[in-house]
Each structure stands twice: as structure tokens, then as C-alpha cells.
Design a protein around this ligand. Structure first.
Ligand code: PEP
Length: 266
């Protein structure tokens, strides 16, 4: 059975002075034990969020928003996977804003994936098509290519053991207020599992969690979680608002409890 995950991508918002308080408030407002919750603040705020969550609710995990593909060296401004020891247990990889602004290619994202796994970080690998790809009917082939390239050379069983999660994030839906339709996102989630299965993922990739990301809010999360193929959300803008996170995680809790069955309700 796949977990239900809600991951908050705070992007370049919150510094050490305000991140801890926001993390504490979100943790308090989202205390739903059946949902895996992750907060990904900027690097400089990782320690503040870690410390706040250790007190408020240690079940909420801390994630980074990227890592470098090398372990150390002359890479000004970068942070490597081993440097996150004690600060984060998850990491977002290949976010479309990194692909756009830092020139990250699928191959580079694949190298980062290897570094994350070596360091014991649980990766959220982002894939998603541009609007022109969707309009031209090649959304699935673009995402298939991104996924295959990032997974190439990695042992699928090792990635599965590392808890790899895929986030399907159509680029045209990120930060725009536009959403994919739930049915389209679900079809892509199944295409992602099919691609992973053909790349050797164990068990036909039936256990591979796939999240949806792209202008998710408390008002639209239900459309995505009504789809059995979708296992949660990677949330950007709305994740900076405690009210929004409370609504999103509450809805995710319904899905998680339904998956766990009647015995989970208490
Ligand atoms: C994201 O940052 O991954 C994201 C989906 O952002 P937003 O929810 O703001 O579209």
C-alpha cells in the first residue's frame, strides 16, 4: 500500500527568524498521523525548522530543495548531500524552477538522485511537461523521457529501498493558479509507473508513490486525491499558509485512512 504524502516546498521564502514559527504552526494544524508530512524550507532555515519540529511534532520530516551532484569541491554557493546530515531527511530533485534557472538537465538530476540515495536522503523527483508539450499531445513522452534519463544507471531496487517518490508537476501549472485536471494527472501517474516498471522497477512499480504538484490548494486537493493513482501533493505557494496546509492535509487524511481501512479510524 502506498503512503499518502503532503510535501511543502517553501521555495525562496522564510529565513531562520520566521521559518521555525511557521513550521510549528503548520505541524500543529496538520496533526494527521496517517499522512506523511514534509516541510522543505531554504537551506538557511533547515536548522530552524528541524529544531521547531523536534519540539512541536517530530513526525513532520524536513527536506531540502536540492543538492549538488558532487560531494565537495570548488562549487561556490552549493550544498552537497552529505552536508545535510542531521538537517534534512528528504530532498526535492529536478524541480522545474531548478531546471529553468540552474540549467539542470535530466542527466544531472540523475546524478543528484544517486547522491541523495548514498546520503540516505529520501528523494522527491520532479517531472513534468511544458504547456506546448501538452498542447502537442506529447506530455507523456516528455515525462517518460525525463524519468528514464533520471533513473538510468540506478538500481531500481535501491531507489525503492530509498523511498523514492515521484512528483508529477506540469510546468504550466506551477505557481500559475492553473491546474491539471485530476483525470489527466492520474493518467500521467499511471504512465509514470509504467515507465518505471519498464525500467525494471520491482513489482510493476505498483508501490511507487506519485504526487501531483501545480497550484494545489485546500479548495482543489480533493479532485486529485479522488484519483486512486495519486498519492498526495507537492505544494508550493499554498504551503506557506497554515490554513491552506490544514485543509490539504485534512483531505489527505481521508484518503490515507480509506487506504488503511476501517481499523485506522479511531
Ligand atoms: C512547487 O513548487 O512544486 C509547486 C507545485 O508550486 P505551486 O503549488 O505554487 O504551484
Amino acid at each position: 500500500m502506498r503512503p499518502v504524502v503532503v510535501a511543502a516546498n517553501w521555495k525562496m521564502h522564510t529565513g531562520p527568524d520566521d521559518a521555525g514559527e511557521l513550521a510549528r504552526t503548520i505541524a500543529r494544524r496538520t496533526a494527521e498521523p496517517s499522512v506523511v508530512r514534509v516541510i522543505c524550507p531554504p537551506f538557511v532555515s533547515l536548522a530552524a525548522v528541524r529544531d521547531a519540529l523536534a519540539v512541536e511534532d517530530p513526525r513532520v520530516a524536513v527536506g531540502a530543495q536540492t543538492i549538488h551532484h558532487e560531494l565537495q569541491g570548488a562549487y561556490t554557493g552549493e550544498v552537497s548531500a552529505p552536508m545535510l546530515a542531521g538537517l534534512a531527511t528528504w530532498v526535492i530533485l529536478g524541480h522545474s524552477e531548478r531546471r529553468r534557472d540552474a540549467g539542470e538537465t535530466d542527466a544531472l538530476v540523475g546524478r543528484k538522485l544517486g547522491r541523495a540515495v548514498e546520503a540516505g536522503l529520501r528523494p522527491i523527483l520532479c517531472v513534468g511537461e511544458q504547456l506546448e508539450d501538452r498542447d502537442a499531445g506529447r506530455a507523456e513522452s516528455v515525462v517518460d523521457g525525463q524519468l528514464r534519463c533520471a533513473l538510468a544507471g540506478h538500481d531500481p531496487a535501491g531507489l525503492e529501498a530509498a523511498g523514492l517518490v515521484i512528483a508529477y508537476e506540469p510546468v504550466w501549472a506551477i505557481g500559475t493558479g492553473r491546474n491539471a485536471r485530476g483525470a489527466d494527472a492520474a493518467a500521467m501517474a499511471e504512465a509514470i509507473r509504467a515507465a518505471a516498471a519498464s525500467a525494471g522497477w520491482p513489482g510493476g512499480a505498483a508501490d511507487l508513490p506519485v504526487l501531483y504538484g501545480g497550484s494545489v490548494t485546500s479548495a482543489n486537493i480533493a479532485e486529485f486525491l479522488a484519483e486512486p493513482a495519486i498519492d498526495g501533493a507537492l505544494v508550493g505557494g499554498a504551503s506557506l499558509k497554515a490554513d491552506e496546509m490544514a485543509g490539504i492535509v485534512a483531505r489527505a487524511g481521508l484518503t490515507a485512512q480509506a487506504r488503511l481501512g476501517p481499523e485506522s479510524a479511531s
